[in-house]
Write a protein that binds this ligand. Structure first.
Ligand SMILES: *Cc1c(COP(=O)(O)O)cnc(C)c1O
Length: 439
């Protein structure tokens, strides 16, 4: 007869066999797979609120909202219910020639939250694809008007995704250098390092005087370059830079994929920048972290340029199979419900200050510096360490202690689901205090 294993041991074996099978068949994103010879992979069994649970019953606070997508906690019951309800009536339909209620009501609700001018929603299913859509629309618009504008313009230290077009307008050398020969043409202008941005504005001006008429769009992440080590920069620069670009007929693309839906402190960062972009790209938090979805919102001048008799071949011919998925839109509607019902933006304002006050307790450690925050984003840099990969050291130690952090190089950041409690933040800070003493 087979001997019964103790439940605890069985769980452990279960986790180990899962890891083994995973590594046989799954190539993980943004990972040097060889690292998993030393660094354990963590299969997650279930999640609730800010917690993820592994197969040994260990919990982890999701300090980074699972790559910045989760707004209201894992398995949020309200969003889950909305998806379940949708599941019984319509799961998906193509969006060419067809439509459905969740997408129609969502589009109207989203536009009502945005500046009046932004009235047209074009859907895709991830952030990079939204960036591709905005770039293609801008390029095609100028083409339709008979203008040749082969360049895009972006900021130094920017990140816009990893498909080839999005990669071209990003400035993360590590992701980009391999593909240089096959990228589209893009120019870079410096992002301000601090509140004095006169030099950066002058650089932009001189670039525009030389090449302005060859640039179709300026793409930027308003307020915070998240993947660029959580670099927070001046809204006044953004406003001035956008005004300059406009003088040369250059479109403005706001990539709010990371900072949209309250992350920057306002519902959308454009409110704080006082700029109405020609294209607004949204994704990540859009479904509260449940399902892939993205949208590009633009205005009627752009829309009109493509609006013509069929024979003119002016239509914007771009599509994805899962564009406008009804389940994702049901989740997106539920997310807006929560923002409205619970007055999240207002609540987050005081929460943000309280979290930052706790975060600043870490400032006592002189190996840490550059403490910063914007809305529900909190960061500091490791400025000194005996560890060669200090960020990696913190990641591994934190994981042991039940925190999921994923440092960007030597930048440690907290970008939690908005439902996080003060005592959970206190635990995060206390744990980091202890870990950072050993840097
Ligand atoms: C994550 C991100 C993207 C890319 O979105 P994906 O869904 O990962 O393709 C683009 N821009 C910004 C600012 C992002 O943070």
């Amino acid at each position: 007869m087979k001997k019964l294993k103790s439940p605890k041991k069985e769980q452990k074996n279960n986790a180990q066999s899962l890891v083994k099978l995973d590594l046989e068949h799954i190539w993980h994103p943004c990972t040097q797979m060889k690292e998993h010879e030393k660094i354990p992979l963590v299969p997650i069994k279930k999640a609730k609120g800010v917690y993820l649970y592994d197969f040994n019953g260990k919990s982890y606070i999701d300090c980074i909202s699972s790559w910045w997508v989760n707004l209201f906690g894992h398995c949020n019951p309200y969003i889950a219910k909305a998806i379940k309800k949708q599941l019984d009536s319509l799961e998906h339909t193509l969006l060419a020639g067809f439509s459905h209620k969740p997408i129609i009501s969502y589009s109207a609700r989203l536009c009502a939250l945005l500046p009046k001018k932004l009235t047209k929603c074009f859907y895709a299913d991830n952030g990079s694809s939204a960036v591709e859509v905005a770039l293609k629309m801008s390029f095609a618009y100028h083409q339709l008007l008979g203008e040749k504008r082969p360049y895009f313009l972006s900021l130094s230290n920017s990140y816009h995704g990893e498909t080839l077009g999005a990669l071209s307008v990003g400035d993360v050398e590590l992701y980009k250098k391999e593909y240089k020969d096959i990228l589209i043409q893009s120019l870079t202008t410096p992002v301000p390092k601090d509140s004095d941005f006169s030099k950066e504005l002058a650089s932009l001006k001189s670039l525009l005087e030389k090449k302005g008429k060859n640039i179709c769009a300026f793409i930027l992440e308003p307020l915070v370059q998240c993947a660029g080590n959580m670099h927070i920069y001046s809204k006044d620069f953004i406003k001035a830079a956008c005004e300059l670009c406009r003088q040369f007929g250059i479109h403005i693309i706001f990539d709010e994929i990371a900072v949209g839906f309250g992350r920057s402190g306002s519902m959308f960062a454009l409110e704080q920048c006082e700029v109405v972009p020609d294209f607004l790209c949204l994704s990540k938090g859009i479904t509260g972290g449940f399902l892939p979805l993205s949208v590009v919102v633009t205005h009627n001048d752009i829309y009109k340029a493509f609006y013509a008799p069929y024979e003119s071949h002016k239509a914007f011919l771009h599509s994805h199979s899962y564009t406008g998925n009804a389940l994702a839109l049901a989740a997106a509607n539920a997310v807006l419900d929560i923002f409205e019902k619970e007055d999240i933006i207002k609540k987050n304002k005081s929460k943000s200050e309280k979290i930052f006050a706790l975060w600043q307790n870490l400032e006592k450690n002189k190996k840490l510096g550059n403490f910063r925050h914007q809305g529900m984003i909190f960061a500091f840099d490791i400025v000194q360490s005996k560890h060669k990969r200090a960020g990696m050291f913190v990641y591994q130690e934190a994981l042991q202690k039940g925190l999921l952090l994923r440092p960007l190089g030597n930048t440690i950041y907290l970008m939690p689901p908005y439902i996080i409690k003060e005592k959970q933040v206190a635990y995060i800070v206390q744990t980091l205090e202890e870990i950072c003493q050993r840097l």
